[in-house]
Ligand binder design. Structure first.
Ligand code: AGP
Length: 603
């Protein structure tokens, strides 16, 4: 999604703006631009593609000024062109915007006399603000009038001709933070953007408008009243984004998994019982768990469904957020609604959460960003402790989401009287063994690197699994698709013969995820149906499974032996490594795959 930065500085800001935008690259973008104010006059530079193109432009055509705003754009309305790139200007107003203005066509119609340069909804914001200034309103009042007329989701930052010590920011549906400097003030989409400039941050609330000068900020709430928002200290690691010696953020984050999962598990269960610091969920009276998420987070919910149902006996619904509220599902008054989101800003998931407001008994969220919109609108937000995840393909966040969900399912099982203390201790011991097993699984990287050289030549692939390995097959397919651009599908292996087996031939690699669980034999039978039709099977199982069923397969990836219940957490590793190395062979942009964004803050 788009990234926003603004600086009221003491020094030339163009280099700072570009460097800050580089920290927002992980959000995904296809054009970028900055605007600065020099001698009371706004000017801007914009470029399509990566930030290096903007930097090159600035080398040849510098932008002076100590006030500035910058933007990385992930195209929604209008393609990635210079004309559509932000900042947008109208007269003496420059604006950068993250989100979607849903009533931009009506607003454009009201401004029909004005010449529009772009196809974007965002330009309408600049034009409307300029219109109000032309009517005699001050910049402050013009922004307030403009923002109140916008429908949809937005985070915006404004600069004005003739106002060297004024920057205005506003949020509704997309995050925006104010940074407090020493004689400087900042705006940014998130703490990562502001990290190099300050560790003191104020997160704006829904409807807030922030009026910044170099001496401070005045925040007014949605009703126009003065609002007193906390200044929070952001921890250093919350803004650390370096590759730690790895070639890609995704590689770094995959290899961080043993550590961050250990920390996550220790936070939720330091001993032999689940003991969540502070407020703890209570499933005692819950009659149903409704889980809603998108993408990999949705897959985490699909895995957790097995745990809640098998351990706690709790019926579970799992929904894709973009479908959920439009189905208008009845929500039990005793239901626990649970939303999983790494970024905590996914618009579909946030909208689904709002649908359950006043319906479900409790709204829980499992998030990686404590200050995110989803966290703030939940009754209880549970952190996954994964640290900043920059790679667009979610890896360590996914594994930590599963770690938290496993703890919640164990807690629910105890509260429902389904497990005793000994069983709880046993389950937690199995969870605690996972970081070590993940470390072992990561050691299989070299074999995967070699085998994926062939996989990279395929145009389609299938992932198969049964039980909780079915959602893991979906995850393997999603990872492969999103970073190698190879079409892949995940299937319940028992479902293959009901149609998809027609896809099987020598050209289609079939990755079979088969820990030795109660369904192992059936999975192997399905695998043999594939091999009987010349399918190339890559069997992922443990040593005993490989000895029992490895004959004739294209290859076998031997995993550490594990008690089946938490095997999905371990089997995320081969799914990630297969996708990663296939993408390397194909030379795609692993950390910022085409068309994708790290946080999809538009519906
Ligand atoms: C996962 O690899 C993808 N990047 C994507 O599916 C992601 O999981 C999805 O967009 C949800 O994001 P969230 O967890 O921030 O809500």
């Amino acid at each position: 999604m788009c990234g926003i930065v603004g600086v009221l500085g003491k020094h030339e800001v163009a280099p700072i703006l570009v460097e800050t935008l580089k920290r927002l690259e992980y959000r995904g973008y296809d054009s970028a631009g900055i605007a600065t104010l020099a001698d009371g006059r706004l000017d801007r530079r914009r470029a399509v593609g990566k930030l290096v193109n903007l930097s090159d432009l600035l080398v040849h055509d510098p932008l002076p000024g100590k006030s500035g705003i910058g933007h990385t754009r992930w195209a929604t309305h209008g393609g990635p062109t210079v004309a559509n790139a932000h900042p947008h200007r109208a007269g003496g107003v420059a604006v950068v915007h993250n989100g979607i203005i849903e009533n931009y066509k009506e607003l454009r119609a009201q401004l029909s006399g004005q010449p529009f340069e772009s196809e974007t909804d965002s330009e309408t914001i600049a034009r409307l603000c300029e219109h109000h200034i032309a009517q005699g309103l001050s910049p402050r009042d013009a922004v307030t009038r403009t923002v109140n007329a916008l429908e949809g989701a937005f985070a915006v930052a404004f600069l004005f001709d003739g106002e060297p010590d004024l920057m205005i920011g506003a949020r509704k549906g997309s995050p925006l933070a104010v940074g407090h400097g020493d004689g400087e003030m900042y705006l940014g989409s998130d703490a990562i953007a502001l990290g190099p400039m300050t560790d003191r941050v104020t997160y704006l609330e829904e409807g807030d408008i922030a009026f910044l000068t170099r001496s401070g900020v005045e925040i007014r709430d949605a009703d126009g009243k003065l609002a007193n928002r906390d200044v929070r200290m952001i921890a250093g690691q919350a803004t650390q984004i370096d590759k730690g010696g790895h070639k890609h953020f995704m590689a770094k984050e995959m290899f961080e998994q043993p550590t961050v999962l250990s920390e996550c598990l220790a936070y939720y269960a330091p001993g032999d019982t689940v003991a969540i610091p502070g407020q703890s969920p209570d499933f005692t009276d819950t009659d149903r768990v409704t889980m809603v998420a998108c993408g990999t987070a949705h897959i985490a919910c699909q895995v957790a469904k097995y745990w809640f149902e098998q351990l706690a006996g709790l019926p579970c619904d799992v929904d894709i957020a973009s479908e959920f509220r439009y189905r208008e599902p009845p929500i039990s008054g005793r239901a626990t609604a649970l939303f999983v989101s790494q970024s905590g800003e996914t618009a579909d998931t946030l909208a689904a959460l709002r649908y359950t407001r006043d319906k479900a008994a409790t709204i829980l969220s499992v998030v990686n960003v404590a200050e995110s919109s989803i966290a703030r609108e939940s009754d209880l937000a549970l952190p996954i402790m994964a640290g900043v995840e920059v790679g667009v393909a979610s890896t360590k966040a996914f594994v930590c989401q599963l770690g938290v969900l496993a703890n919640l399912a164990i807690l629910a099982a105890r509260q429902k009287g389904r497990i005793d203390a000994a069983r709880e201790a046993e389950l937690l011991a199995q969870l605690r063994a996972l970081p070590g097993l993940i470390s072992q699984a990561l050691m299989g990287e070299e074999q995967i690197r070699r085998r994926t050289a062939k996989l990279a030549q395929a145009t389609s692939a299938l992932f198969l699994g049964r039980g909780p390995m079915y959602p893991m097959a979906l995850e393997g397919a999603l990872k492969l698709k999103e970073i190698s651009y190879i079409h892949a599908e995940g299937y319940a292996s028992g479902e293959l013969k009901h149609g998809p087996i027609a896809l099987v031939d020598k050209a289609v690699p079939v990755i079979v995820l088969a820990p030795r669980d109660a369904l192992f034999d059936k999975t192997i039978s399905n695998m043999q149906e594939v091999m009987a039709r010349d399918g190339r099977v890559w069997l992922v199982t443990d040593a005993v499974g490989a000895a029992q069923a490895g004959d004739g397969v294209w290859d076998t990836l031997v995993m550490p032996a594990i008690d089946p219940i938490f095997a999905p957490i371990l089997y995320a590793i081969p799914a990630q490594l297969i996708a990663y190395h296939t993408a390397l062979h194909k030379g795609t942009d692993v950390d910022q795959p085409r068309n994708l964004a790290k946080s999809v803050t538009v519906e």
